[in-house]
Design a protein around this ligand. Structure first.
Ligand code: SF4
Length: 767
C-alpha cells in the first residue's frame, strides 16, 4: 500500500526552499527514518523541522536532527579526501587530495596486496546503526574480493543486534520481532485492526534515548498515553522504570536467571496460553521439566529482584492480553545473552503474544537490501570463502556461519591480528592480515573491548582506509587514507527500518543540496566497485540507477516513486503463521525446522549450544571472582546507557549537544559516593580487573548502592589529536575495563554490562 504524499517534496517558503525527507545518517543514527523538513537558503541548510505528515514520527525530532546544520558547517568537518604516509600514522600530517587521487591510491594498493599476499589478507570493519551498515558488508566481497569482509563489527562477542536477530531466526524463523505500535498502519493507533497493549515489557532497552534499529522510541509514550502499563527489566531507574508498575531492578548480567524464573511462573501457575502453545510451539513438555528448579525464590539472590516482583510481573503480563515487549542491546552484551534472548522469546510464545494486534510483530525478512547483500556475498569464489578468518579451535560456530554475509567473530579477529590464538603462534596461522577498510567504525573509542590492544594490533598493518564525517581517534591513529562522507541532507538514499527485517516503511532520503567535496558510503562503494571488480558493477550507472534496479526487483515501483511519496508502507496482516506468510514455502507455521516456535531448539545443538535456556554466573561478576578480587573491587558496573544528544562516539564536537552532555559521567548512589569521599562533579577513577578510566561523578539513586553506571564511547575532539593522546581516547574509555574472549560458546554474548570495580576520587580528569 502506498500513502499519498501529503506534502510536496520541495517547495518555496519565504526566502528558503524546503525539502521533505526522511533522516538517517551520517551523522549517526539508527534507521528510524524520522520525517523532517530541511530548509535551505543561499545554498546552506539553515534549519530542520519535524514533518507532521510523516505517519510514524508525526513531526517529532530529537536534538541530533535539530542540530544538523551545526554538524554540516562545523569547522572540523572532513571536507576533502586526505592521505598521509604510513610512517606518519598518529600524526596530523594529512595532505589534501582529489577524489581521483585518493581512489587511484586505494586501487593501486589493493591490487598490490592482492598480488603480493592475496585478497584474503584484507578485512573490513564496520560500526552500528548508520546507513553504512547496509552497504559495509558488500565492500569486502564485491569490491575487495575478500572473504574477510561481511558485517564484521569489532565488538567482543558480536555484541550488537546480530545475536538477537540470529536467535529470532533460529527459534522463530522470522526477522527481528518488534513491538506492535501500529507502525504498519497509515492511520496508526486509530486503525480498527489495532489494539493497545495492556503491558509493555521493556527488557534491557531505553528506547526514549536510543530510538534503536527502526523503533521510534516515543511510541512507548504514545502507548502509555493510551493506557499501556510498563514492566521494566533494567538495573537502572530509567525514566521508563520510574513510570513502571513493575521494575525488575536486576544485577547486570543475570537476565537469563530472571527469564527462567518468568517461564517457571507462567508454567507452574498455569498462566500460559494453552491453545497457542499446543498448536504452535515445539518442545513444551521438555521446557516444563527443564524450568521446574528455576523458581523466583531461586532467582532472587542471584538477580537481586524480589521473588514476589517477578511473580507479580508475570501474572500481570500473562493476564493482560494483548501485551507486548521490547528487548535491547543488553541482551547481546552479556555473556549469557543467547539464553536471555531465548527466555525473552519463550515468555512471549507461552503467552501467545506473537503477531496478534497489540503484541509483537513477526515478519519474514523482506528487503531488497538483504537479497542484494546475499547476492554480493556470493561473488567470491569457494576457494576464497574457505580462507575466512575463523578460530582454529573451532570455537564460536554460530557466528562463523555468518549473521549477515559472513563477518568475522570480533574476538577471533583481534586474536588473529595479534597472531596468537590460545597457543597458535604466528607461523602456525595460514596467513597474516595486512590491510583494513574501516566503514563507520570508531573501534578505539566505542566498539573495541580493550582498545589499546586493538590499537597495537592494527597500527602496523600495511594499509588502512577509513571513511567518516569527522576525524576520529581511530582514523588519526590508524588510517592512511580518509574519505569524507556527505550527510543525509547531501545525498539520496533509502531508509530501511530494522535493516529490512521488520520493515514497516521504506523512506526516501531526498538530497536537499549538493554536497561539498564529499560522497555517500554507497557512492564510494559503487565508484570503487567499478574500479576493482567492474564485472560486478558495470550494470549500475549510479546511485539512482542502483536504487531503481533494486526496488523494481522487489516491488512494483521504482526510486522516483519513493522519492515523491517520501514514505511507502507495505501491505500488512496479523497472524501470518496461520496464512503461510511467515514461511518461505507458503505453508502455515513458522520457518523453523519443526515449522513451530522452538522452545526446545533443534538448531542450537548443531552449533555447540544447549537446546534450552540456562543460567551461567557472569564470569567476572561478584559471585564468580575470587574472594580477594571481590574484596578489592566491591562494586558492580554496567555501561551503555544512552544520552539523547550523542550517537555512540559521535556528536562530541557539536556545541549545542555537548552543552547538554559535556562530560563523561559515572552514576553513583549517594551512600556509595559518601562512603568513598566523592561529591557530585568530582573526577572519579573507576578501576576494574583489566584496567581503569576516569569519569565525572553524577550522584543520584538511579543505581543502587552496589552498582555504578559508566557512560561509554567518550573522546575529546577539543584535545590534541596526535598519538599517543589521540583526542584523549584512552582516559575516559570504559572499554579499558572490559574482558575479552569471555563470550558464549556460539561466539555471541560478552560481559560489557557486568564486571566488578572500585572507585576513588582523583584531582583531575588526567587521574
Ligand atoms: S531518532 Fe533523532 S537523530 Fe534519529 S532520525 Fe529521529 S530525530 Fe533524527
Amino acid at each position: 500500500m502506498t500513502i499519498d504524499a501529503k506534502e510536496p517534496v520541495t517547495c518555496e517558503e519565504g526566502e528558503c526552499y524546503r525539502v521533505r525527507t526522511c533522516a538517517w545518517s551520517p551523522p549517526g543514527d539508527h534507521p528510524v527514518g524520522c520525517g523532517l523538513y530541511i530548509y535551505v537558503k543561499d545554498g546552506k541548510v539553515v534549519k530542520t523541522e519535524g514533518d507532521p505528515s510523516h505517519p510514524i514520527t508525526n513531526g517529532r525530532l530529537c536534538p541530533r536532527c535539530i542540530a544538523l546544520d551545526e554538524v554540516m558547517y562545523h569547522p572540523d568537518r572532513l571536507t576533502h579526501p586526505m592521505v598521509r604516509d604510513r610512517a606518519d600514522r598518529g600524526k596530523d600530517a594529512w595532505k589534501q587530495v582529489s577524489w581521483d587521487e585518493a581512489y587511484d591510491l586505494i586501487e593501486s594498493r589493493v591490487r598490490e596486496i592482492w598480488d603480493t599476499w592475496g585478497a584474503e589478507t584484507i578485512f573490513t570493519i564496520t560500526g552500528t546503526g548508520r546507513e553504512s551498515t547496509l552497504y559495509a558488508p558488500v565492500y569486502g566481497p564485491a569490491v575487495l574480493n575478500t572473504c574477510n569482509g561481511g558485517g564484521t563489527q569489532p565488538f567482543s562477542g558480536q555484541a550488537c543486534y546480530g545475536p538477537r536477530a540470529t536467535i529470532a531466526n533460529f527459534l522463530l524463523g522470522a526477522g527481528y520481532p518488534e513491538m506492535d505500535w501500529a507502525q504498519y498502519f497509515p492511520d496508526r493507533y486509530d486503525d480498527p485492526r489495532y489494539e493497545v497493549p495492556k503491558y509493555i515489557l521493556v527488557w534491557g532497552k531505553d528506547p526514549l534515548y536510543s530510538s534503536p534499529d527502526g523503533l521510534f522510541g516515543h511510541s512507548v509514550i504514545d502507548l502509555m498515553k493510551r493506557g499501556s502499563k510498563l514492566i521494566v527489566v533494567d538495573p537502572r531507574v530509567t525514566w521508563l522504570a520510574a513510570h513502571a508498575e513493575y521494575h525488575l531492578q536486576l544485577r547486570p548480567g543475570t537476565d537469563a536467571a530472571i527469564g527462567l524464573a518468568m517461564i517457571n511462573v507462567l508454567i507452574e501457575e498455569d498462566l500460559y496460553n494453552h491453545e497457542f502453545v499446543e498448536r504452535w510451539c515445539f518442545g513444551f513438555d521438555n521446557l516444563v521439566e527443564h524450568v521446574k528448579p528455576f523458581t523466583p525464590e531461586w532467582a532472587e539472590p542471584i538477580t537481586w529482584v524480589p521473588a514476589d516482583v517477578i511473580r507479580g510481573a508475570m501474572r500481570a503480563f500473562a493476564a493482560g492480553a494483548p501485551s507486548t515487549a521490547l528487548w535491547g542491546v543488553a541482551v547481546d552484551q552479556i555473556k549469557n545473552g543467547v539464553q536471555a534472548g531465548q527466555c525473552f522469546l519463550d515468555v512471549l510464545a507461552l503467552c501467545g503474544y506473537f503477531d496478534v494486534p497489540g503484541a509483537v510483530i513477526l515478519q519474514k525478512p523482506a528487503s531488497f537490501i538483504g537479497k542484494w547483500r546475499y547476492e554480493m556475498g556470493s561473488t567470491i569464489s569457494e576457494e576464497m570463502e574457505a580462507k575466512r578468518v575463523v578460530d582454529p579451535h573451532g570455537k564460536y560456530r554460530l557466528f562463523n556461519t555468518g549473521a549477515s554475509i559472513g563477518g568475522i567473530q570480533g574476538d577471533t579477529l583481534l586474536n588473529w591480528l595479534e597472531m596468537e590464538l590460545d597457543g597458535f603462534k604466528l607461523d602456525q596461522l595460514p596467513y597474516q592480515l595486512k590491510a583494513c577498510w574501516i566503514i563507520g567504525s570508531n573501534v578505539l573509542a566505542c566498539e573495541g573491548a580493550r582498545p589499546m590492544r586493538w590499537y597495537e594490533a592494527m597500527k602496523d598493518l600495511e594499509f588502512i582506509v577509513a571513511q567518516d564525517i569527522f576525524m576520529t581517534p581511530t582514523i588519526m591513529g590508524l588510517a592512511d587514507v580518509v574519505l569524507p562522507l556527505s550527510t543525509f541532507a547531501e545525498h539520496d538514499g533509502i531508509v530501511t527500518p530494522h535493516f529490512g527485517r521488520n520493515q514497516h516503511f521504506l523512506g526516501a532520503m531526498n538530497k536537499a543540496l549538493e554536497p561539498i567535496d564529499t560522497k555517500s558510503d554507497l557512492e564510494i562503494l559503487i565508484d570503487m566497485g567499478k574500479r576493482l571488480r567492474p564485472e560486478i558493477w558495470d550494470h549500475v550507472d549510479d546511485v539512482h540507477d542502483f536504487f531503481d534496479q533494486q526496488l523494481r526487483s522487489f516491488y512494483d515501483y521504482g526510486y522516483e516513486t519513493l522519492r515523491e511519496q517520501v514514505v511507502i508502507q507495505p501491505e500488512f496482516s496479523y497472524r501470518k503463521y496461520e496464512t503461510g506468510l511467515l514461511r518461505s514455502d507458503g505453508e502455515p507455521g513458522f520457518d523453523t525446522p519443526t515449522g513451530m516456535i522452538e522452545l526446545d531448539s533443534v538448531l542450537f545443538p548443531h552449533f555447540g549450544e544447549q537446546s534450552m535456556p540456562y543460567y551461567e554466573e557472569p564470569e567476572y561478576g561478584p559471585e564468580a571472582v575470587t574472594p580477594e578480587q571481590r574484596a578489592e573491587f566491591p562494586l558492580v558496573y554496567t555501561t551503555g546507557g544512552r544520552n539523547i544528544t550523542m550517537f555512540h562516539s559521535e556528536h562530541r564536537q557539536i556545541p549545542s549537544l555537548r552543552a547538554i552532555n559535556h562530560d563523561p559521567m559515572v552514576t553513583i548512589h549517594p551512600a556509595t559516593a559518601a562512603a568513598n569521599g566523592i561529591h557530585a562533579g568530582d573526577w572519579v577513577r573507576v578501576e576494574g580487573i583489566f584496567g581503569s578510566c576516569v569519569l565525572k561523578a553524577k550522584v543520584n539513586k538511579q543505581v543502587n548502592e552496589k552498582l555504578v553506571h559508566l557512560e561509554h564511547a567518550w573522546w575529546f575532539p577539543e584535545e590534541d589529536g596526535e598519538a599517543p593522546n589521540l583526542f584523549g581516547v584512552w582516559k575516559a574509555n570504559v572499554n579499558n575495563l572490559m574482558p575479552l574472549e569471555s563470550v558464549g560458546v556460539t561466539g555471541y554474548g560478552a560481559p560489557y554490562k557486568n564486571g566488578i570495580c572500585k572507585i576513588s576520587r582523583v584531582d583531575s580528569q588526567e587521574g
